[in-house]
Design a protein around this ligand. Structure first.
Ligand code: GLA
Ligand code: ZN
Length: 660
């Protein structure tokens, strides 16, 4: 367990470096990240290198026994590079080169840019190969799927398609290109998706473009990894990721990297209504799920966020420490806070670090010191893992397909996943968010939201999971499309109808309005038998299955909305609509009880319960993610019966950790 900070020596006069390092040491910092955007300082002119300043900074931290992660500075090529090689600048969907002077504006595929990356990375990795304090590298920064439309990328896209389809006739067939005279007679006619209206383009072609764009970024990461690895075999290698507009497929991107690292900036303004989901826990579980192992936070919330948008509210007392410990509770092993000092120049000068512009040590600094002390005492948490019985399946295919064709106003793929995650979290049940192609055999419950684009492998895996006794949740918008993103001609949920035991007669995309739903006896609590449906309503033909909820209004009043089907040794729940929070909690509680998994009773809204273990010992974490003090009694309920009742009082953002 390590706490560290992100540090940018190139942004500060040298006189501060030693002082900063001393203060970090005193606070309890064990690791720093440096060099992230420093290309112009490392190579001020083409092939004229200047590493002496970084040597000094590295030495300062090494002397103080603080480990160092260096970054390949490739997210921000220097100005001379763009002047000399303007062809490496990214091209956007209007066919224009993007303005330079910002960052991330280079074409990941351009051979000239690749050569320049190779030169600087080779210098960097060779220089610090034998330095024991330099423990690893971060590749680039927050990479998105590569949507560059320059001529080099255009050619790459064609190669991707040619490799996949072999002959143009196969591609025409796969895309259904007879519509609107879309048939190509040669691969050379295929272009990147230029234009303002992607929804006018063929969705099958668009899905392939997204797949290509993701693969392209993963290949770029692999290119950098191989360069570093060839020079320094023992270096840890990662890249820092986040939730962005064009998500690459993280399972692919991180496949050969040592661990996942995530930039964690929980919102400093808490949601005010109960329906808004807490997403920090979801994001952290997503990151752990990428490699199904513990991960790092490369950038962690340290102050008010701002610069790209107006500033967010100040961190509440306890937030800085609490959110860092929350990450640990969800499987983070090392956390670096962004950033030691708040920048005084450049575009992000209002994205606050631990030290403010005032250069006076304040409230957040003191809280950071407390955090370091706490974490430095958690040594026996090392080598503990999180093992859960519930998995939610994520698929970048669905993420892309939903973006290509939004199904109804207000319905987003991630929100669907979050809603289920949120409900299990409310009952203290740990959830793994994993790739949809993962092995499911270790789970008791699997939630597979909106398998909109399906394929034979997932159909087989889900069927087998249920046959072997698993409890599966399927939802509306499943089985709609085949792997080519073409609609399947059969009653929904098509390929999943037999395991779900139902078909959909008709659907009603109602959007953000709310409709009454009548819950079956099993789902009602304290006599309350209503909930609300919104966004989407599948009108289900449920002759042979148990009905758990029916629509309470509209022309399909009385029709089934949620069903439960016995299949093989297991069970399939089909959720034809999108439930409000009350309905969701009722459903998930029922499911948890039916499946016999362990859960927690008595958690107030916003209090999270997680467990890390090592086979012998078990650490329980209780985190108060609210602005109020929470006093409550809680107990663990399992098939063996209920545990003893515990009393707990947690201050705002307080974390309690104890070992059994
Ligand atoms: C991202 C980047 C950082 C920094 C922060 C704050 O997470 O990786 O370099 O820009 O945002 O804006
Ligand atoms: Zn390009």
């Amino acid at each position: 367990m390590k706490i560290g900070v992100d540090y940018y020596p190139e942004q500060w006069e040298r006189k501060y470096w030693r002082e900063d390092a001393d203060q970090m040491k005193e606070a309890g910092v064990r690791i720093v990240r440096m060099g992230e955007f420093a290309w112009s300082r490392l190579e001020p002119q083409e092939k004229q290198y200047s590493f002496e300043w970084l040597d000094e900074a590295v030495a300062i931290f090494a002397e103080r026994q603080i480990q160092i992660i260096l970054c390949t500075p490739t997210c921000t090529p220097p100005q001379w590079l763009f002047e000399k090689y303007p062809e490496v600048i990214q091209m956007d969907k209007t066919g224009r080169r993007v303005p330079i002077g910002i960052r991330g504006h280079r074409c990941l595929n351009h051979p000239l840019y690749r050569q320049k990356c190779k030169d600087i990375i080779t210098k960097l990795a060779t220089r610090y190969r034998d330095n024991a304090w330099v423990v690893g590298y971060q590749i680039d920064n927050e990479l998105e799927a590569n949507h560059c439309c320059c001529p080099v990328c255009e050619e790459k896209f064609r190669e991707f398609l040619q490799k996949k389809y072999g002959r143009i006739e196969n591609l025409n067939q796969a895309y259904g290109n007879t519509v609107w005279s879309g048939e190509y007679s040669s691969f050379s006619q295929i272009r990147p998706p230029f234009g303002e209206h992607p929804t006018w383009l063929n969705p099958s072609y668009m899905l392939d473009f997204h797949r290509y764009a993701s693969e392209s970024t993963a290949e770029y990461v692999a290119f950098q990894r191989e360069l570093i690895h060839a020079i320094d075999e023992k270096a840890l290698i990662t890249t820092n990721t986040w939730f962005c507009e064009n998500m690459p497929d993280c399972y692919e991107m991180f496949a050969d990297l040592d661990f996942v690292s995530y930039d964690n900036y929980p919102a400093t303004a808490l949601p005010t209504d109960e329906e808004t989901l807490y997403s920090h826990a979801f994001h952290l579980d997503f990151m752990r799920g990428i490699k199904q192992k513990n991960f790092w936070i490369m950038e962690q919330l340290s102050g008010n966020l701002g610069s790209w948008t107006p500033m967010s509210p100040a961190l509440q007392p306890g937030m800085l420490k609490g959110y860092s410990l929350q990450a640990i509770a969800h499987g983070a092993d090392t956390i670096l806070h962004f950033r030691w000092r708040t920048a005084v120049s450049g575009a992000e000068m209002f994205w606050h670090g631990i030290l403010d512009h005032s250069n006076v040590k304040g409230r957040r600094y003191r809280e950071f010191c407390e955090l370091c002390q706490t974490v430095n005492q958690l040594t026996d948490l090392e080598n503990t893992v999180i093992s859960n019985k519930v998995a939610i399946l994520y698929s970048s295919e669905q993420e892309y397909a939903f973006k290509i064709q939004p199904q109804v106003e207000g319905m987003h793929y991630f929100t669907q996943l979050k809603a289920y995650h949120d409900a299990f979290t409310c009952f203290g049940v740990g959830v793994d968010l994993i790739d949809w192609m993962s092995d499911l055999s270790i789970y008791d419950v699997v939630v597979a939201p909106t398998i909109f684009v399906t394929n034979h492998e997932i159909e087989h895996n889900l069927r087998q999971f249920v046959e072997n006794g698993g409890h599966l949740i399927l939802t509306n918008r499943s089985g709609v499309k085949d792997a080519n993103n073409l609609c399947i001609m059969a009653p929904l949920p098509t390929v999943f109808s037999d395991i779900a035991g139902i078909t959909v007669k008709e659907y009603d995309p109602i959007g953000p309005v709310r409709q009454r739903l009548r819950l079956a006896e099993e789902l009602s609590e304290n006599g309350k038998q209503t909930a609300e449906a919104s966004l989407w309503c599948d009108i289900i033909d449920a002759e042979d299955t148990k009905v758990l909820a029916r629509y309470g209004e509209n022309f399909y009043q009385g029709s089934a909305a949620i069903t439960q089907n016995q299949y093989g040794g297991g069970r399939v729940y089909y959720i034809g609509t999108v439930l409000n929070r009350r309905g969701m909690l009722a459903l998930i509680k029922y499911m948890i009880r039916e499946s016999g998994i362990e859960y927690v009773e008595g958690l107030p809204l916003g209090v999270e319960h997680t467990v890390r273990e090592n086979g012998k010992e078990k650490w329980t974490f209780l985190f108060n993610n609210t602005k109020e003090t929470q006093a409550f009694s809680w107990k663990v309920v399992s098939q063996k019966g209920a545990d003893e009742m515990h009393q707990e009082v947690l201050k705002p953002f307080e974390m309690r950790i104890w070992k059994e």
